[in-house]
Design a protein around this ligand. Structure first.
Ligand code: C2E
Ligand code: CA
Ligand code: CA
Length: 917
């Protein structure tokens, strides 16, 4: 199905080309490549044609030059030959002239033999001389001639007989009767007395005499020499260098010879020469004789070197042509093969694209671009599928041809180039990566696979954003605190080993800050969990803003945070961070339900000083934090080796307290409060003691702070309330005149939110009126806008329980606060009472408090009164009640009974009543 549509697509892409050239499918790859393939033979053909044209033109030029030179040589030879003939004939002419003279002088008496013997004739067996008389009979001769033989039938004799010219006649070749060979007769008329015809002198010459001039070096082996009469009749012809033949070897109707005195001409020989050979012919008239000297150079001989040269040239040309043809064929083959490869590659690419189309993967073929030094300078998208283009928000046509330098932006471009270069080197690269700025990809996370393919790269990209998002969500769930969005303990445990390893490797410190919010439980207890979460989020934000980006803030649970300082130069740096944190946490937190003030205790441990592994480091910082908390909260402490022991001790103490509570080792002592003026008993203050099985009676100063820190103060306070109520009920039952008893309640108990209910329950249980119970709350624990405390106090007031502000003067409570909380009385702290009678300021202070308290309708009690002087001054200043060792020390219930029995009166307390005995 998909195959069908695929091939249809390919066809439609090539439809335009198909309409022009129809090729069988087997040659489909030639489409668009025909011209390129046919270019080779065409180019080679042109090259061959040029080569041949040039070479043949050169050959033609050579031939012309050689022919010209041959004709010139022939011409020169003809001139020399003409000169030679002229001299030869002049010699013969001289002979006839001499003979004629001698004959005429001697009146017909002449013996030629004598003349010959005297050396007057040239020495030659080629010629002989004879004289014929008026009647034609031979009179004398030099050669083998029969005397008296007749010459009258010879043309020479006939000519001279009727012609009275005395000039030399040159006859045509005839058969010589005496020599029995062809001869030429040179003849002259002899005059008799009175100038009548007296006979002829004839010189018979063998024609070869005239062709002895033949010289093979000039004329060649097959040259031609000819002496031709102006009457066109050849007199002597010599053909070839071997021997000399008198017979004319060549015959021609040499009419043209008469046209000019001299000239040259190429003759192909068929019409002119008996042997049919071609010749370069030159001729020249022999001056003063009707003769023409002809020289012919043999055509074949002249042209032989040229023909040989031409033959080699043509052979070379043929070889060159063959080479070009081979080259063309080879190039055609290679081009066709290249086209075939390309076609196949395209087919594969098309097929792959078609196959990957519709899949979720983007597929790309990348071309590698290199510079002259073969360095990779860029990558180009050679092809891709639609999905691949879509990943970059482009269409396929838009993306194909684009280069990385145009697709990616710096500085990411450099990174991508490196990755792909490495992949090209190694052949394979596969990874998941988060798409950074500078990439055209529109996904967030991408799986990438790069494979070297041929000289390029094949790249597959898959959008894995969703999977990654899910993975991240899961890992966030596992590693993130949902309230603060900080990393959680889980994350910390995974992260720390690496951080430790890094610090070890770099030789640096690693700081671990263990942060615990002091009394955070109060926030939760008094303001509710939503407010608690809000505060935790605010704390997280503050912590985060205080550290460097390389540091990590972790919430490891509840109100506990950890900060990893990485890297860390020294301990002082960690100390500074801790100081900043303490300062920052101390700033009030503005939350929806009001304002909350906190502090944080911070423990610091350092790698490698305080531990080399996670557990030890965490434990060390934890111990240090406990130490900081035990030392007074809101501060930081470094881990020290002895800390654990101290903590252990504290822990032991805590456990002892728990046990004491369980085993009911706490008892209550009572201290009287009396009217300042009458010294009559007005009330008792309940003060807890620990009846320790070994240590004896332990004062609250030794265990109440620990009980407050650990929260044990809540059950302890509850026990005290119950004991007091039970005691008062017992005194009542015993019929004693009871006075109200004030109970110390710590703010921690208020935070637990149960004080009013516990008192209520206890009063009900013991059937006591609420007027018999008073509550003392320290001024410091009322500070700030602690709505939980306010609500508790209001609840107590609503039940008719009187409220006293304890340790007044040590805190910073405002008048308006006191008024709003509707407290009934103030207890001036002992530290001011001690100064009474010593400094003037203390009296001014007490006087101010008294008048202010009275204005608000509050009763003022002075604590810790030990001397009569203090007593007198306090009374004078208007103080309502006093309490202190001057009146009585705190004492067990049994001792108080006596006091209650005694009718109240100032006199009873005139002398200090030592409760402790
Ligand atoms: P406080 O509420 O200010 O109690 C008065 C303390 O002053 C008592 O010490 C008492 O013995 C001492 N005192 C009284 N008169 C004199 C004097 O003339 N001179 C001197 N030097 N001291 C005097 P005590 O009993 O050791 O209690 C110490 C603190 O323990 C109390 O201070 C109170 O804050 C706390 N406390 C005692 N009992 C309880 C309790 O049941 N619950 C809570 N939450 N705190 C308690
Ligand atoms: Ca008190
Ligand atoms: Ca007090």
């Amino acid at each position: 199905m998909s195959d069908g549509t695929g091939s249809r697509k390919i066809e439609s892409q090539h439809a335009g080309v198909r309409n022009v050239i129809r090729l069988p499918d087997r040659f489909a790859f030639l489409r668009g490549n025909c011209t390129r393939i046919l270019l080779w033979p065409a180019a080679c053909g042109v090259a061959a044609a040029l080569l041949w044209g040039f070479a043949l033109a050169r050959i033609e030029a050579d031939r012309g030059a050689i022919e010209q030179a041959a004709l010139e040589t022939a011409s020169n030879l003809a001139r020399a030959y003409a000169e030679h003939l002229k001299r030869s004939i002049a010699q013969i002419d001289q002979v006839t002239t001499l003979v004629k003279y001698e004959w005429e002088q001697g009146q017909g008496h002449l013996k030629l033999e004598n003349l010959e013997a005297s050396g007057l004739f040239p020495e030659s067996d080629l010629l002989f001389v004879l004289i014929a008389g008026r009647d034609g009979r031979i009179r004398t001769a030099t050669g083998p001639v029969r005397i008296d033989a007749s010459l009258s039938d010879r043309p020479a004799f006939a000519f001279h007989k009727v012609n009275d010219s005395t000039s030399l006649r040159i006859g045509q070749p005839i058969h010589g009767r005496f020599a029995d060979r062809t001869v030429i007769h040179f003849s002259r008329r002899l005059d008799g007395v009175d100038h009548s015809f007296g006979g002829v002198v004839v010189v018979s010459v063998d024609p070869s005499h005239f062709t002895a001039f033949y010289d093979a070096t000039g004329v060649g082996q097959a040259g031609l020499l000819g002496m031709v009469g102006t009457d066109s009749v050849p007199r002597a012809i010599r053909n070839g260098g071997e021997g000399s033949r008198a017979e004319p070897a060549a015959l021609w109707g040499a009419e043209f010879l008469r046209e000019t005195d001299q000239g040259t001409r190429y003759m192909d020989g068929t019409a002119e020469f008996i042997d049919g050979r071609s010749r370069f012919v030159a001729w020249r008239a022999v001056s003063s004789h009707p003769l023409i000297a002809v020289v012919g150079l043999d055509g074949d001989e002249v042209m032989a070197p040229f023909l040989q040269h031409r033959a080699t040239t043509i052979k070379a040309l043929l070889l060159g042509t063959l080479g070009l043809a081979c080259f063309a064929a080879l190039s055609m083959g290679l081009t066709a093969r290249l086209a075939w490869r390309k076609y196949q590659e395209e087919q594969v690419r098309d097929a792959y694209r078609m196959a990957t189309e519709g899949g979720s993967e983007g597929f790309y073929m990348l071309r590698v671009l290199r510079d002259r030094r073969n360095q990779v300078i860029d990558f180009e998208v050679a092809d891709c599928n639609q999905r691949g283009a879509g990943l970059s928000g482009l269409t396929r046509t838009e993306l194909v041809g684009k280069r990385f330098s145009g697709l990616y932006r710096e500085p990411y471009l450099a990174e991508v180039m490196q990755t792909f270069r490495d992949a090209l080197e190694s052949g394979l690269h596969e990874d998941d990566f988060e798409v950074p700025d500078g990439s055209p990809l529109e996904a967030n996370w991408v799986h990438r696979k790069i494979v070297r393919s041929g000289s390029g790269l094949a790249l597959t990209l898959r959008d894995i954003s969703e999977t990654k998002a899910q993975e991240r969500a899961l890992s966030r769930l596992a590693n993130e605190d949902p309230v603060t969005r900080l990393a959680n303990r889980n994350w910390l445990m995974e992260f720390l080993p690496g951080a430790i390893e890094r610090a070890r490797h770099q030789g640096e410190f690693l700081g671990l800050l263990f942060i615990d919010l002091d009394d955070f439980k109060n926030v939760n207890d008094t303001l509710g969990h939503a407010a608690g979460d809000e505060v935790l989020q605010a704390v997280a934000r503050r912590l985060h803003s205080l550290v460097r980006p390389s540091d990590h803030v972790v919430r490891i649970g509840g109100d506990e945070f950890t900060i990893i300082l990485e890297p860390l130069a020294d301990a002082a740096q960690a100390s500074r961070v801790a100081d900043r944190i303490s300062e920052s946490i101390a700033q009030p937190f503005e939350i929806a339900r009001g304002c909350s003030t906190l502090s944080a205790s911070i423990g610091i441990s350092l790698y490698p000083r305080d531990g080399a592994d996670i557990e030890t480091l965490l434990k060390s910082s934890d111990i240090a934090m406990y130490h900081a908390k035990a030392e007074g909260k809101g501060q930081h402490r470094f881990y020290e080796p002895g800390l654990l022991e101290r903590l252990t001790q504290r822990l032991d103490a805590e456990q002892a307290l728990v046990r004491a509570l369980k085993e009911d080792q706490f008892i209550v002592h009572y201290q009287p409060r009396v009217d300042a003026a009458s010294r009559r008993l007005t009330a008792l203050e309940a003060l807890v003691r620990w009846q320790h099985p070994e240590r004896g009676l332990v004062a609250p100063g030794e265990f109440v702070p620990l009980a407050e820190e650990t929260g044990l103060v809540v059950p302890l306070g509850e026990a005290v309330i119950n004991k007091v109520c039970a005691q008062v009920a017992a005194w009542r039952a015993a019929g004693l005149p009871v006075v109200p008893v004030s109970i110390n309640v710590s703010s921690r108990q208020f935070a637990a939110g149960s004080v009013a209910a516990v008192i209520d329950a206890s009063l009900t249980l013991h059937q006591l009126p609420s007027a018999l119970i008073e509550v003392e709350i320290t001024e410091s624990s009322m500070m700030g806008e602690q709505t939980e405390v306010a609500a508790n106090l209001a609840a107590l007031r609503a039940r008719g329980i009187r409220l006293l502000v304890d340790d007044f003067g040590t805190g910073y409570s405002s008048l308006s606060q006191l008024q709003r909380l509707d407290v009934d009385g103030l207890k001036i702290d002992r530290s001011f009472v001690v100064e009474i009678g010593v400094t003037r300021e203390s009296e001014v202070f007490v006087s101010a408090i008294v008048s202010m308290a009275h204005a608000l309708g509050m009763v003022v009690t002075a604590e810790g009164v030990e001397t009569e002087t203090q007593m007198r001054i306090l009374e004078a200043l208007g103080c309502n009640e006093v309490q202190g060792f001057l009146i009585a020390r705190p004492a067990p219930a049994e001792r108080i009974v006596e006091l209650l029995r005694t009718p109240a009166g100032a006199s009873e307390f005139a002398t200090p009543w030592d409760a402790t005995g």
